[in-house]
Design a protein around this ligand. Sequence first.
Ligand code: SF4
Ligand code: SF4
Length: 250
Amino acid sequence: MKEATYLTIIDEFDRWAGQYGRICTRGCSCCCTGSVTITALEGERILDFAVKNGMEQWLADRLRQPVQTRRLRMTTNEFARACLSGQEAAPGTCEKLTPCPFLADDICRVYPVRPFSCRCFISISRCSATRPAQVDQLYLSASTAVLQLIEHLGQKQYWGIMTDVLLSLLDISTYQGIATALADPARVMEGRLRTLTARPLPGFLFTEEEGQHLQPLLHAIFSSRIGSVSVEDVLNGRIPPENGPGAQTI
Ligand code: SF4
Ligand code: SF4
């Protein structure tokens, strides 16, 4: 149910985002860095993809590589909570970024299961080391809102830099082959120590005016149905989700 809800949310976002132009093409990859953040669900989708496609050794080799990346202090929803309650918010520090370890010849090797942080990253002009992505502010606000919903869906589970979350999930028996190929318990522990815990949605970060423009998107997401239940029901814990009873509502 949780994965179906996740896929429904990103489908609705993709439908809404179709109105925005982008120059992004296959092989254009300077936005692909080791700083991408994901939830545990998104991590399991990548690990399942690796297992299904016989990529255990490949993934283990990628996870062995040290990634210079962001040092995170807050999840997106923790940052939102701090901002909304007028507290000082410092999401983390940014070190020198290295390319995402899942890039090979400028192509993403986990593209079908890339996380939402990757899917929503677009630009209307070609980026370079000195020219950051250019994107409409409303698009940015919408993608941040969806990131917040995805974190809410994964509340109480791992949240963090992609490689750290993947390392943290390697104690699940399904991924034993990757853990064995990696054979580096210290690296697994290092990743686990760097992850944070996904938090419930405290409120969105967009302005009131942006909120009015984003109503159609939010309505489409909340009212979408997965069988007999709506996404809103799942996010509000009105059905038994895999994240267990007691999940905080929106
Ligand atoms: S965001 Fe920039 S670097 Fe990434 S695919 Fe689009 S144009 Fe290329
Ligand atoms: S997972 Fe794929 S799309 Fe995302 S940053 Fe890495 S190479 Fe790029």
